[in-house]
Ligand binder design. Structure first.
Ligand code: NAG
Ligand code: NAG
Ligand code: NAG
Ligand code: NAG
Ligand code: NAG
Length: 402
């Protein structure tokens, strides 16, 4: 409890010291005053935090490779069952009949790459996922802490009437599936994509907000063994107010002029740029990978490197990315963002139990075998680690996912 309140308190101060444009990400203050805790009592910020069961694992990507069966690399997907190889720019909620998320009006889809372990003999095995941490602060989040893998999803608004919900058909992309090193141009996105290396069993070291604790968070895959690895991926918080999508699925969204919004859970004194004036909820996804079965030093590379590989073929982790297709029913997200509540059981918001969520599935279209030890990583070969310079990726500048 104390730990989590500390997490929030840091956020309360962080927005008073923006570091502005440039390479450096916005930094945390060295100390904080616990008396500045936000209160999710209906008058302040909203921070939804809820679990979504796995919907499927498949090699399709309706955003970046619409219609392609298979797409270049494999994903793990949560959310509504309208998910398919291509999805229309329309109201996804009306096309879905079930969702794997505990907020049962959320038929959105969220998807990311998968994580694989590469043994010394060159065989691959998919790293299983495990559910989110139970946080007493958030009331009843037993769903979030009992999913079959899947994700935790967060939506943050700085207060009532402070953000505009997404329109039906809206979608966006964060990341760059072709990246293999830390980009040197544009914004420093180390606060927007990271891996947390749990340093003890039972979420050890999880004491601080995502992507902001240099003791356990890195933008690349952790160098050494962990008691599980957590992925956090944050989407941009400004929108041009017009386009539902854009060519690279990024140019219609942008970061505040002060730089990417760190996950402070309460939002923001930040200003959206004139080109993208509409402040949208901050969406973050969180995935726990159970790496504990893969910590045998005898199976790690002899050269001292780490053995995990994203399904993009990337052994660095810089290609971590996430896709989002908005699909909340009617104005339910708008109502939620106004509510000033926290967690997974906000008053007035429809929820479901695990049973219907677990029964919600979509058939796998590619039907690849990704269980057990595999001779090759599922995905289009070859997937070499490029040797060229990584491209800078300021807003709207990234390459498409490949
Ligand atoms: C809600 O929290 C805010 C900020 O902490 C506080 O100013 C306000 O008095 C609280 N309102 C109620 C009804 O508790
Ligand atoms: C490769 O190594 C793993 C881990 O030791 C083992 O389980 C697997 O059977 C091996 N695969 C082959 C093809 O030998
Ligand atoms: C980005 O910021 C992090 C945290 O301050 C720092 O460790 C890293 O070196 C920075 N990267 C670049 C390319 O400036
Ligand atoms: C907590 O939520 C779950 C559904 O996710 C429900 O089955 C359970 O009864 C709830 N527990 C309490 C104490 O409300
Ligand atoms: C998938 O591949 C693994 C490893 O080769 C094998 O053990 C397993 O039986 C296969 N599963 C199916 C359904 O083919």
């Amino acid at each position: 409890m104390r730990t989590f309140l500390g997490i929030l308190a840091l956020g309360a101060l962080a927005h008073s010291s923006p570091s502005g444009l440039g390479k450096s990400p916005r930094q945390l203050p060295p100390d904080f005053d616990p008396s500045t805790l936000p209160t999710y009592n209906g008058t302040g910020p909203t921070m939804l935090r809820f679990g979504c069961n796995q919907l499927s694992i498949d090699r399709i990507d309706p955003l970046v490779n619409p219609g392609a069966v298979p797409s270049p690399h494999q994903h793990q997907i949560v959310g509504g069952n309208a998910f398919s190889a291509s999805m229309p720019l329309s109201d996804i909620a009306s096309l879905s009949t079930c969702t794997t998320c505990s907020y049962s009006d959320d038929f959105s889809n969220y998807w990311t790459s998968n994580l694989y372990f590469r043994a010394r003999n060159g065989s691959y095995k998919r790293v299983p996922q495990f559910p989110g941490r139970f946080q007493p602060f958030f009331g009843n989040n037993s769903f979030a802490s009992s999913t079959n893998g899947g994700m935790l999803v967060y939506y943050v608004s700085p207060g009532q009437n402070k953000v505009t919900s997404f329109p039906p058909g809206f979608r966006m992309f964060f990341g760059d599936a072709a990246l293999r090193e830390e980009p040197s141009g544009g914004y420093n996105l180390s606060t927007q994509t990271c891996f947390r290396c749990y340093n003890a069993p039972d979420f050890g070291g999880d004491e601080f907000r995502p992507c902001l604790d240099p003791r356990v968070d890195t933008m690349h895959l952790p160098d050494g063994p962990c008691f599980g690895i957590r992925s956090n991926i944050l989407f941009p918080t400004c929108w041009d107010g017009v386009r539902l999508d854009s060519g690279d699925h990024k140019a219609h969204v942008a970061y505040p002029v002060e730089g990417p919004h760190i996950f402070d859970g309460i939002g923001t004194a930040e200003t959206c740029p004139p080109s993208h004036p509409v402040k949208i909820p901050q969406v973050m996804v969180e995935i726990n990978w159970d790496t504990t079965g893969f910590n045998d030093p005898e199976e790690w590379p002899e050269d001292g490197s780490q053995p995990f590989v994203l399904s993009t073929g990337d052994g660095t982790g810089y290609s971590q990315h996430a896709d989002y297709v908005f699909g909340w029913r009617g104005n339910s997200l708008e109502v939620a963002m106004e509510a000033g509540c926290a967690g997974a059981d906000c008053p007035g918001m429809a929820t479901q139990t695990m049973q219907p969520a677990d029964a919600c599935e979509v058939p796998e279209l590619v039907g690849e075998n990704y269980s057990g030890w595999l001779d090759t990583l599922p995905g289009d070969p070859p997937q070499p680690t490029p040797t060229g310079k990584g491209k800078g990726k300021g807003k709207g500048k990234g390459k498409g996912k490949r």
